[in-house]
Design a binder for this molecule. Structure first.
Ligand code: NAD
Length: 243
């Protein structure tokens, strides 16, 4: 199937490892032109793709990254919005600093990037924006207060943008992964715990990052032209609701 992504300029945030890297590589396989934005220069180099170093929790770095992106690569056709996961913890353990950090890193990074590029994407009369959220937007996870809250803010933003920009042929969707075997999860979860988690998932295993990336690539493609304002759960059937 030709996904119609050839030569599309793609901005991939937090793309130097895990799901973001799989997304960037997926776009490359479709002959699109992904540019990876992330914090760690060593890991960025290892992607073998064009990149711009940027800490998404810092406004000045985002401003610099966007100008450089536009100068070198032009206005993106596709934007994939991802960032590091907010810190886990129960309510009383979570400091005000941690709430603000996730707000800057996960929410404001998204607002800033879209504020800069959306007016320019409108002129192309074609665009795709895909947000990376989490299963936790459908089923809150007990000790993930910050993530559960901030990601619902992002979901609200995604849905509201989808109401306004459809007339410019720009769609907004989110991909919400369940357990995905990235380095981070491999560090957090030992083999025994992994088997336990997998047993609760109807598909009896965690996702590979590429399986999350496939959903992102599809939603970014020409073939997803009538899908707008949706959150697609890619969790192996773990969430029992909504039906
Ligand atoms: P990962 O640790 O493998 O990758 C995270 C990427 O984000 C890295 O490239 C890192 O450099 C980059 N990054 C982190 N903070 C950044 C910052 N401030 N500025 C720029 N780049 C930054 O993790 P992952 O598992 O691929 O997770 C990606 C996102 O998906 C996270 O938000 C995570 O919470 C979410 N998620 C992951 C899972 C899972 O099971 N792995 C499930 C649901 C949601």
């Amino acid at each position: 199937m030709d996904l119609g992504l050839k030569d599309k300029i793609v901005l991939v945030t937090a793309g130097s490892s895990g799901i973001g890297k799989a997304v960037a590589k997926g776009f490359e396989l479709e002959n699109a032109k992904p540019v990876v934005v992330s914090r760690n220069e060593e890991k960025l180099k290892n992607t073998g793709l064009p990149y711009i170093k940027c800490d998404l929790s810092k406004k000045e770095e985002i401003d610099f990254m966007m100008k450089e992106f536009e100068e070198k690569y032009g206005v993106p056709d596709v934007i994939f919005l991802n960032a590091g996961g907010p810190k886990s913890g129960y309510f009383e353990e979570t400091s005000e600093k941690e709430w603000y950090y996730a707000f800057e890193q996960n929410f404001m990074s998204t607002v800033r990037i879209l504020n800069y590029f959306l007016p320019k994407m409108k002129e192309k009369n074609w665009g795709r924006v895909v947000f990376l959220t989490s299963l936790s937007v459908k089923t809150p996870i007990e000790n993930l207060y910050v993530s559960n809250s901030i990601r619902l803010g992002i979901t609200g933003l995604m849905k509201t943008l989808s109401l306004e920009y459809g007339k410019y042929n720009i769609t907004f969707n989110a991909v919400a992964p369940g357990w995905t075997k990235t380095e981070r999860v491999k560090e957090l979860v030992n083999k025994e715990k992994e088997i336990q988690i997998a047993n609760n998932i109807p598909l009896k295993r965690m996702a590979e990052p590429e399986e999350i990336a496939n959903a992102v690539i599809f939603l970014s493609s020409e073939k997803a032209s009538y899908i707008n304002g949706q959150t697609l759960l890619v969790d192996g059937g773990l969430a029992k609701f909504p039906l």
